[in-house]
Structure formats: structure tokens, C-alpha cells
Ligand binder design. Sequence first.
Ligand code: PAF
Length: 281
Amino acid sequence: MQTVQDAAALRAAIRGWRAQGQTVGLVPTMGNLHAGHYSLIKLAQSRVDRVVASVFVNPTQFGPNEDYARYPRTLAQDQAGLAEHGCDVLFAPDVAAVYPYGPQHTVSLHVPQITEVLEGAHRPGHFDGVATVVCKLFNLVQPDLAVFGQKDFQQLKVIERMVRDLALPVKVMAAPTQRAGDGLALSSRNQYLSEAERAAAPLIHQTLLQMRELIAKGHAWRVVEQAAASRLERAGFVPDYAAIRRAEDLGEPAEGEQKGLVALVAARLGATRLIDNLLFD
Ligand code: PAF
């Protein structure tokens, strides 16, 4: 596997593949890779000839009081893992390669509506940073396919909208959430959890399962949301939201609507903020 750090080296590698008529997939990541990320690589490999993984901790998607500085940076480990999983190129740019005018002076993308709720409401500007960096990565790699984890469900929807609205020539594919044996969704942030917090964390997935069950039994979605938030609070979580939404656009469902829904939870456990979701169909 080749590791490249700038656009010229990246394009040189891709040019060779394109000359042979090969298709290219991109798996954008912020590094500190785990089995969840490697499942995205595997999915990409099943669809395209060549896979590029990017590792870039993107400053513009972190708020001023978020964990940008302490976000785990484990490039050597990621490089070894990607090579082991048969990735073709690791693109690991520095901030200047992605933001030549600096992160504060970048052209910025805003995807309206869908970014205004849930994560967007609790992390102002987060999705502008995500959309901006993903669009830059698409321009740099010009992939046929890009794979994103379903764990960041709203992010996936934001990127799908950006791609459609800007007519970007890339197919976006969602990969199922990978979970530990006790149901906790794999995430780089799980390592911030203390032993006691790690033991409590699977309650988020259990709560999502219960939300799905209650909706299937015909309970009103607002009541289900309240019950879920209370359950999490009683167990020591501080929920930002426990929500039932239409999967398509994250809008509020109509009364009695049961099809095409998703349950989403974001909650703090100690100093760690965890998110997860569950599609109903
Ligand atoms: O999901 C992530 O890891 C990031 O938000 C992404 C898509 C790599 C953009 O920085």
C-alpha cells in the first residue's frame, strides 16, 4: 500500500489506475481505525477495483469546545491496518494540503434543512465542516464510489443531499453499523469511556431497540421519545436527543406513521458523547 500526503502524489497514483480503466472507491475517515472502518474498506473493495482511504482529522467539523486537540491520532497503526486489509492507497494530508488558505478562510459548504436538526442543532457548524471536507476529498480523489458508515446516519443523509444537489459524479454507499458483542456501536470515541461507562454504554443500543418495539406496538412517537430519554437519564446519561424521525429527511413523522422511520440517540456519558441509530425497516 502506498501512503501519499499531497494532491499531486494522490493524482499520480489514481491516474495509473484510470489509464487501465479501473474504478476507484474512497473511504473517508478521521483515522484511529477499528473494525467498523475496515468493514467500509471491505464493502468498497467488493464494488470497485481500487480503494483509497483518507485519514484526516478535519478541524472545521469540530466546535470550539469539542475534542479536536485530543482526537486520537494513530497514523502508523492505521497505515498497518489498512495495508493488512488490502487498501491500495492511504491519503493522509496535513491541514495545509486540504485548506490551502487555512481552515478559517476556506470556501464552506452549507447543506440546508437536514443540517438544522438533531446533531446540527447540538453541534452548530459541524455539518458545514463535514460537507466541505467531503466535497474537497471528492474533488481530490474523484472516486466512482464513496462509502460511509450508517452509524453517522445524519452525516450520511447530508452527504447524499450534497451529492445530489451539486450533481457530484460519485455514488454514495452506506455500510451497516458494526457493533461490539454487547451492542455498543464501534466508535473511536469509545476509548474515552472509563470501565464503568463502557459497561453502561450498551444501554443506548438497548434503548433504540425498545424505541423500535414500542413504535411497532403502536405507541405515539413523542411518548416513545420521552420514555427513551427518561430511561437514559435514569441510568446516568445526559441525552441531547432520543428521536424518532423519517429516515429519508429526518423530518417528524405523521401520527401513526410506522414505515421508513429511524430512531436516533445522542447522549453524554461522563465526558464522552455517544451517538447511535436504528433503522426500523
Ligand atoms: O465520519 C467521519 O469520520 C468524518 O466525519 C468524515 C466523513 C471522514 C469527514 O471528516
